[in-house]
Design a protein around this ligand. Structure first.
Ligand SMILES: NC(=O)c1ccc[n+]([C@@H]2O[C@H](COP(=O)([O-])OP(=O)(O)OC[C@H]3O[C@@H](n4cnc5c(N)ncnc54)[C@H](OP(=O)(O)O)[C@@H]3O)[C@@H](O)[C@H]2O)c1
Length: 289
């Protein structure tokens, strides 16, 4: 068995690699930046360098691989990029592909989100191919909070476009890593299955209280409107497609799209409860100061 992880330097990819190693595997980490790979995955990681637009490099990177895990950042090129990965996996003769998708409220052919429709298009192509597959639909990532690490550190503020008492089933990407790694190692029972899963449901104010307790200093949750959040993102010169995507995600979220708790796949496949918000803040304490 030879497993490849495409997107290994990202939030989820590195968690998959870590779990695979704990389970005795040494996966091929497909990365675009060898220096970052060394820093994030360690100098002993087995790496293959491939830009997702480079079909020849991807085919070379996946030579001899039997199962592929793929997660890419959400970006306007995602459909072409992930189709390239599928093509390379097929030409390498890999029998299995596990992919990280969006949540069920986002990854749909009729989604308001461009990224959500992208996931649906990738999945249609995947299902029409000859490879066996499993699709993972995690909830909203706790690791998104790392994007606010500077403001949590300097001002003790978490700012989001949701009311303070709004419930979200925040999900740690390390749960996706634990689930994904086990599927890669023993894929047969999971072929053709789509797993939706989340961590435990909590309100954003409660999440801030966890930060306060773990960091030992006050962290306040500051709710803003979707419009205020959009203006702030534009002021930070974020690309238009990303602002549009995050506004759509906030609208889907405020309609309850990320509020439903569903921990079953984590419990059944990883054989443990989902990681808690407390565990998340404790483990990333260094980043939040
Ligand atoms: N954020 C959420 O709350 C959430 C919730 C559910 C589902 N999702 C889905 O999860 C996925 C994002 O997961 P993530 O946060 O783990 O991703 P991430 O941290 O952004 O990692 C993306 C990985 O893909 C690599 N990559 C991106 N563009 C590349 C290119 N052109 N060539 C080669 N490699 C490239 C990145 O390399 P570098 O490290 O070099 O950049 C990185 O390793 C998206 O599909 C999103 O829709 C997100």
């Amino acid at each position: 068995m030879t497993i490849a992880v495409v997107g290994a330097t990202g939030n989820t990819g590195r968690a998959v690699v870590k779990e695979l190693r704990v389970l005795g595997q040494n996966p091929v980490c497909v990365v675009r930046n060898a220096d970052k790979a060394r820093e994030v995955l360690g100098a002993d990681a087995k790496t293959a360098v491939a830009e997702l637009a480079d079909k020849a490099a991807l085919a070379k990177a996946l030579t001899g691989v039997t199962a592929v895990f793929v997660v890419t950042g959400h970006n306007p090129g995602m459909v072409e990029q992930q189709n390239n990965v599928l093509d390379a996996a097929l030409s390498a003769g890999a029998g299995y592909l596990v992919r990280v998708s969006g949540g069920a409220s986002v990854a749909r052919a009729d989604s308001e989100s461009d990224i959500g429709r992208g996931h649906a298009a990738i999945e249609q192509h995947l299902k029409e191919s000859n490879i066996k597959w499993t699709i993972l639909r995690p909830g909203l990532f706790m690791q998104n909070l790392l994007g606010q690490a500077a403001s949590i550190k300097s001002d003790g503020r978490i700012v989001m476009p949701y009311p303070a008492d709004f419930p979200i089933a925040w999900t740690d990407v390390r749960d996706t890593g634990a689930v994904g790694a086990r599927i890669l190692i023993d894929p047969a029972p999971h072929a053709g299955r789509t797993y939706e899963f989340t961590g435990k449901r909590t309100t954003n104010a409660e999440f801030a209280e966890v930060f306060t307790a773990v960091l030992g200093r006050p962290v306040t949750y500051v709710p803003v409107t979707i419009e205020q959040n959009e203006a702030a993102m534009k002021a930070r010169n974020m690309p238009d497609w990303l602002v549009k995507h995050l506004v759509t995600i906030a609208k889907i979220g405020n309609a309850g799209g990320f509020s439903k708790e569903n921990t079953k796949a984590i419990e059944e496949i990883a054989k443990r409860p989902p990681l808690t918000t407390r565990q998340f803040v404790e483990d990333y304490k260094g980043a939040f100061g």
